[in-house]
Design a binder for this molecule. Structure first.
Ligand code: ATP
Ligand code: MG
Length: 446
């Protein structure tokens, strides 16, 4: 993309309404625009990152064997009356009446809808296990929408639902989700720690939240510092193997890590003082096992091997897709702007032409652009007439992890400059070497 042809409405001034750095930077970098309280338009740069995050979520869900579908945002109140949640959900639910006077709602989550799909089409244990998921907009009429996309009213969520014949199979589904979430967040350059949590209005008896440690996080968390040393890395895991998934759960829950709702002072006190931490965290996902709560209420049964009808065991599992943009920025920025991890960056590199209009510089930039596209990466080429300082400031603000700077002086020696946004370190090299370096850097992120 050439910047002169792009739509990147960056702001020079700090927007007064933003209280935390991620919100401020998303507004300044021209990623979002508030449409009304807690509801945002996704401008091109923000939309690109949202899609990258969503794609990682899809890839990792499918790697785990989960199946994508798409349910609507608007739902009939009748289904929610069956589960008893139409009244129970409270004011966070946006209730709508259609022209025929029918009660509708904008879905805050989808347990009822998916259970209805399941009971209409699945009747035998032979069709299990089954995990269906979608990535769809949700609406929760939050009393205090704030912090930009972190606590929106309309927000994008991946929500998945497992259906299993018994508790053991459903526990495996739970563990599979835990593993796939660890992989998902790490691919985004994030450390998200699974912490024992409280199940809230979803109900159920086992749940973990995934938290990204950040001072601006809304959750209070308590943990053993050793848990932050754990990495999932690029392990090859067989998702079909219950023991393998259970082992990962045990490893990642082997240290104390809880949100304030389940915090236990006595247990916490057993950890050596030097490892006890209390901090703030951003909830970027949550997994639940809730047994037969919805299948009992809504009559979702299957015939077991003996031909007897039994209620299915279920769980639901969510990732805050749009909230993740805020969480990643909170975890990765400096005073000049965002620093995107390679896995989610909107463009793979910036190309800055120090002297637009200079024939040698223009030609070199065009060739570089072609070469970067040629290796399957997407550059953002600043081909504007802006002075160098302004170009650098914009690149730093929008946070592309790599920048190639091209100027007449370097070109005389046959070199361009490759700069890491994270370290600020620049290296001179021939243009083809810079392209080869980018290919290497992005190889693990394809
Ligand atoms: P919170 O405690 O932050 O209100 P929740 O526990 O009610 O969230 P879940 O039902 O677990 O949310 O939804 C799954 C994920 O969706 C959450 O882990 C979070 O990342 C994201 N999410 C929930 N509410 C919002 C919101 N208002 N804005 C953006 N993302 C949200
Ligand atoms: Mg939650």
């Amino acid at each position: 993309m050439r910047l002169s042809q792009y739509f990147l409405p960056v702001l020079k001034e700090n927007p007064a309404e933003a209280q935390i750095v991620s919100h401020r930077l998303m507004l300044r970098a021209g990623m979002i625009k508030q449409a009304s309280a807690g509801i945002y338009s996704w401008l091109p740069l923000g939309f690109k990152v949202l899609r990258r995050i969503e794609n990682i979520v899809h890839e990792e869900q499918q790697r785990a064997g989960h199946i994508a579908l798409l349910m609507p945002t608007l739902q009939s109140a009748d289904l929610w009356r069956e589960s008893g949640r139409y009244e129970a959900y409270g004011e966070e639910m946006l209730r709508i009446t259609d022209r025929h006077g029918r009660d509708m709602l904008y879905g805050p989550t989808n347990e009822e809808l998916i259970t209805d799909i399941f009971r209409s089409h699945v009747s035998s244990y032979r069709d299990l296990p089954l995990t269906l998921y979608h990535v769809q907009w949700k609406f929760r009429d939050e009393i205090r929408p704030r912090f930009g996309v972190m606590r929106g009213r309309e927000f994008l969520m991946k929500d998945g639902y497992n259906f299993d014949i018994d508790e053991a199979a459903a526990r495996h589904a739970y563990n599979r989700h835990l593993v796939s979430y660890l992989r998902t967040y790490e691919r985004m350059g994030l450390q998200a720690i699974p912490m024992r949590a409280d199940s809230g209005p979803i109900g159920g008896d086992d749940t973990h939240e995934f938290l990204v440690l950040a001072d601006t996080g809304e959750s209070e968390v308590f943990y053993d510092s050793e848990i932050t040393d754990l990495r999932f890395g690029d392990r090859d895991i067989d998702y079909a193997n219950p023991q393998a998934c259970q082992a990962v759960l045990e490893e990642f829950t082997s240290r104390y890590a809880r949100t304030d709702e389940t915090h236990d002072e006595a247990l916490f006190a057993e950890i050596p003082q030097s490892r006890r931490r209390s901090a703030r965290g951003i909830e970027v996902g949550q997994i639940f096992y809730f047994g037969t709560k919805y299948s009992d209420a809504m009559g979702a049964t299957v015939q077991n091997a003996e031909g007897k009808p039994v209620p299915v065991h279920m769980g639901s599992h969510g990732i805050g897709v749009s909230r993740l943009l805020g969480a990643i920025i909170e975890a990765s920025h400096d005073d000049r702007g965002i620093i995107w991890p390679e896995g989610v960056t909107p463009f793979h590199c910036g190309i800055v032409n120090l002297k637009q209009g200079d024939e040698a510089a223009d030609t070199a930039c065009a060739a570089l652009y072609k070469a970067v596209v040629g290796i399957g990466l997407e550059p953002l080429y600043d081909d504007t007439k802006e002075r160098a300082g302004g170009k650098f400031a914009t690149m730093d603000l929008i946070g592309l992890p790599w920048r190639i700077t091209v100027g007449p002086r370097g070109l005389k020696n046959g070199v361009v400059e490759l700069t890491s946004r994270r370290t600020g370190i620049s290296e001179e090299m021939p243009p083809e070497d810079a392209v080869a370096r980018l290919a290497e850097i992005y190889a693990p992120h394809r």
